[in-house]
Ligand binder design. Structure first.
Ligand code: DQA
Length: 143
């Protein structure tokens, strides 16, 4: 099982960025937590972060036939990007959408998710643990 974990814009700023919403832990700590979990589960995982929509689209395209599952936090592109939605549909890879915060309780402009129209599951409001829940779902170990 090979999982690609994609994080969108400003996720590299975790720890600095609005800690009351996203917590005090850094992106580096998130990466370590995910890698440790994948190792414990015997799953191969690759992590990718970009602030650029087109680069995320290209990364998804390149995942075609290479990955069995995608965990994606598209960050702000969640609410705007038809291109990321179309890329996920194009490659047909099982996908779980993750948000660190509880987007459903936030501003109106965060209430639409384009990726959510393709993802088989959305996990929001669990902090970093949401990524763990997403990986566990993809490997068939939902809690
Ligand atoms: C986010 C929520 C988005 O609305 C926001 O633009 C982000 C992060 C989250 O993880 O809670 O950058 O995806």
């Amino acid at each position: 099982m090979k999982i690609l974990v994609i994080n969108g814009p400003n996720i590299n700023m975790l720890g600095v960025r609005e800690p009351d919403i996203y917590g005090k832990n850094t992106y580096k700590e998130l990466v370590k937590m995910i890698k440790d979990h994948c190792k414990a589960k015997g799953v191969s995982c690759e992590l990718y972060q970009s602030n650029h929509e087109g680069d995320i689209v290209t990364k998804i395209q390149k995942a075609y036939k290479k990955f069995d599952g995608i965990v994606i936090n598209p960050a702000a592109y969640t609410h705007t990007s038809v291109a990321i939605l179309d890329a996920l549909k194009a490659v047909g890879i099982r996908t779980v959408e993750v948000h660190i915060s509880d987007v459903s309780a936030r501003e109106d402009f965060r209430q639409i998710s384009y990726v959510g129209k393709y993802a088989e599951k959305t996990v929001a409001g669990l902090g970093f643990d949401g990524y763990i829940a997403a990986i566990d779902h993809l490997i068939g170990e939902d809690r």
